[in-house]
Design a protein around this ligand. Structure first.
Ligand code: AMP
Ligand code: MG
Length: 419
């Protein structure tokens, strides 16, 4: 009996980290920038260093409504002192900085500058305004030097860089930019992305009513979440719809998209041996690498170039598409914008489930955090079940072959940080 020679039927699987490194190795920042109103800059990538021309706060100021005084004047509780000044935040006199006369206090409000000479604020709750004698106050507390004073420059020192080039702006950073006077910000231009779906089975919602769907037809769901995720990442998306089911038309659509886009993103039709036109069309127009990445969901993945545009082909299964977008496309889009933080590190979080049937591929399980902060597993981890991604609030990153026992910490990637 002859033994057949061993034959490799499966192409070698590429580890995710290697795939990502190779993919990012071929991507450089687009280098195009634009200036936008700070109000409109949320989510954009900063294309300048933001250096502060002033101190924040500009002056020592009170963090309480109360009375500013010299500690040396109040050595015991219950002392009565004359109110010699009134300093409200933003008032004309406030900036003038009239010196506090010895043995007197200044009525002061939150944010108002501390008068020269004063070294503490006693909150009004600890003071009693007097009518006899009028214009005096009883201080019920012995102040400690420096109390309730916010120091000049304690937030931002003049000359420091508060936000760096490549920072992806968020609501807090917009506030910080505004606090040092920036009403406009130079940011990376939006990457122009052409989005295509592939598959003859796809129907757009609204085109055909659910009851009228022909057997085998499915609604195009990927198009909706991919477009939304691209927009959240700052892209200017051209939705090119479903790619025409014809070789010549496909090539035309791709080559015309490549002229005015930085990235062409498709979903579907990258599985091995599939009959889609997208693969041969990309190969004819440019270059294409078909990868089998050692992850689940999301094994098939294609990338290459069409003209000067990058090309990325995601798998068609909705969850595969969703997960590979977050793991591989998100960093590409951020790098196109010159962002410095491309990666999210997983947070060790306790699992409340067992995972006893590990895969040889690295798995990304859809989970959600419960009220006690532990991760629960969605029961159906199939790559076609998009419900898992809505029920879940993140992914658990499971190393190949790893078994999980309830109670142990596992690497958790919240969706909120991946979008
Ligand atoms: P494919 O990668 O083209 O072999 O597709 C894998 C699976 O994903 C098939 O069941 C397709 O019907 C489904 N699929 C492909 N594209 C989409 C899409 N845009 N929306 C929803 N499902 C899709
Ligand atoms: Mg298909």
């Amino acid at each position: 009996m002859s033994v057949p020679a061993p034959r490799s039927t499966r192409p070698p699987l590429l580890p995710l980290d290697e795939a990502l490194a190779q993919l990012l190795g071929g991507v450089t920042s687009l280098g195009r920038t634009e200036t936008v109103n700070t109000f409109d800059a949320d989510g954009r990538v900063l294309a300048q260093e933001l250096v502060s021309a002033l101190q924040v706060p500009a002056l020592d100021n009170s963090s309480m409504d109360g009375y500013a005084m010299r500690c040396a004047d109040v050595r015991q509780a219950g002392m009565v002192l004359k109110v010699s000044q009134r300093i409200a935040a933003g008032s004309q006199e406030a900036g003038a900085g009239l010196r506090l006369a010895a043995g007197t206090v200044a009525r002061i409000f939150t944010g108002a500058p501390i008068p020269p000479g004063a070294d503490a604020v006693v909150p009004q709750e600890e003071c009693e305004a007097m009518t006899e004698p009028d214009g005096h106050v009883r201080i019920q507390q012995i102040p400690m030097a420096g109390q309730w004073i916010r120091r000049a420059g304690e937030d931002v020192r003049k000359g420091t860089t508060v936000l760096h080039l490549g920072h992806r702006l968020n609501p807090a950073s917009l506030g910080l930019a505004a606090s040092i006077g920036f009403d406009r910000l130079r940011v990376a231009a939006r990457p122009r992305v052409a989005l295509f779906s592939t598959g003859d089975e796809l129907v757009m919602p609204g085109e055909v009513a659910p009851a009228q769907m022909r057997p085998g037809a499915i609604y195009n769901s990927n198009r909706f979440f991919l477009r939304a995720m691209l927009q959240r990442l700052g892209c200017d998306v051209t939705d090119c719809g479903i790619v025409p089911d014809q070789r010549v038309a496909t090539e035309l659509a791709l080559s015309s998209a490549s002229e005015s886009h930085d990235l062409i993103l498709t979903s579907g039709g990258v599985s091995v041996g599939e009959e889609d036109h997208i693969k041969p069309a990309v190969q004819a127009l440019g270059t294409l690498d078909l990868w089998q990445i050692a992850i689940k969901p999301g094994k098939p993945f294609a990338h290459g170039r069409v003209g000067s545009a990058h090309f990325i082909g995601l798998p068609g299964n909705p969850v595969s598409s969703f997960v590979t977008f977050m793991l591989l496309v998100r960093p590409v889009i951020l790098k196109l914008q010159g962002a410095t933080a491309l990666d999210r590190s997983a947070i060790p979080t306790r699992a409340s489930f067992n995972w006893k049937k590990p895969d040889r591929r690295r798995e990304f399980l859809r989970v959600r955090r419960n009220a006690s902060g532990e991760l629960e597993l969605f029961e159906n981890q199939s790559s076609g079940v998009l419900t898992s991604s809505v029920w879940g609030d993140g992914l658990v990153d499971v190393a190949p072959g790893r078994v999980i026992t309830a109670g142990e910490p596992v690497p958790y990637l919240p969706f909120a940080e991946l979008l």
